[in-house]
Design a protein around this ligand. Structure first.
Ligand SMILES: *Cc1c(COP(=O)(O)O)cnc(C)c1O
Length: 222
């Protein structure tokens, strides 16, 4: 089923949009099946779960951290993580920079924007994102690179609401994209999940994070 789901998805998304297969809570065997079907980008929302899967699976997998990142856990993924989607503070960026430096690498990061009306969603208001991108402190961080923005729309059946939230994020992304500084060059807009990736792509997404439409429903909410 996983292989067919992937194939169907690929047929539905334009080639400029990359697909992160969200494998959180799913076993190694499921990830291996997707890998065998050609999938290389996988997303997890818990650092330790991702680190242990990284150990057990082929090393050419690109691991995406899509969940909320606790500062004290960055060290467990610093040697291998491909892209951190949920960066929401300068403090976290500094820790990522510090850990990346230990491994002599540059870690790509997305800033998470708060676009949903719900209080529970993580992310920064656009004013904070702009302030961070303009800050002198950012220039000192040589081992991180901000490559784009990430956002999650409200969990609602109101299509208009979701479209408006994606459209707002896309508008800010397009503006910020025109800037080009040493450690940021925005090219990735990570938005869209199983339920709303089509709307997200219509609004300019370049990277979608899809879990249940590939691997089936998860047995718990996470
Ligand atoms: C779980 C998760 C997804 C994937 O959700 P699906 O509805 O299963 O596609 C995408 N993004 C984030 C941040 C997630 O936590």
């Amino acid at each position: 089923m996983i292989k067919q789901n992937l194939q169907k998805l690929k047929e539905n998304i334009p080639t400029h949009v990359s697909l992160v297969a969200v494998s959180k809570t799913k076993p190694i065997s499921a990830i291996q099946e997707a890998y065998d079907a050609g999938q290389r980008d996988f997303g997890e929302n818990k650092i330790q779960e991702m680190a242990s899967k990284h150990e057990d699976l082929p090393k050419d997998i690109r691991w995406h951290m899509i969940g909320h990142v606790q500062t004290n856990k960055v060290k467990y993924m610093a040697s291998f993580v491909h892209l951190i989607h949920g960066v929401d503070s300068l403090k976290l960026l500094k820790e990522i920079n510090k850990q990346a430096k230990k491994h002599d690498r540059v870690i790509n990061c997305l800033l998470q924007a708060r676009i949903a009306v719900e209080e529970t969603k993580f992310g920064m208001p656009f004013s904070e994102i702009k302030a961070l991108l303009n800050s002198d402190e950012l220039l000192e961080l040589q081992n991180i690179k901000i490559v784009g923005l990430m956002g999650m729309a409200s969990f609602t059946s109101d299509k208009e609401q979701v479209i408006n939230e994606f459209s707002l994020l896309s508008k800010h992304f397009k503006t910020l994209k025109t800037f080009n500084f040493t450690n940021f060059q925005l090219s990735t807009l990570s938005m869209g999940m199983s339920a709303d990736y089509k709307l997200a792509i219509e609004q300019g997404s370049t990277m979608i994070r899809v879990g249940s439409a590939i691997f089936g429903l998860r047995n718990y909410i996470s």
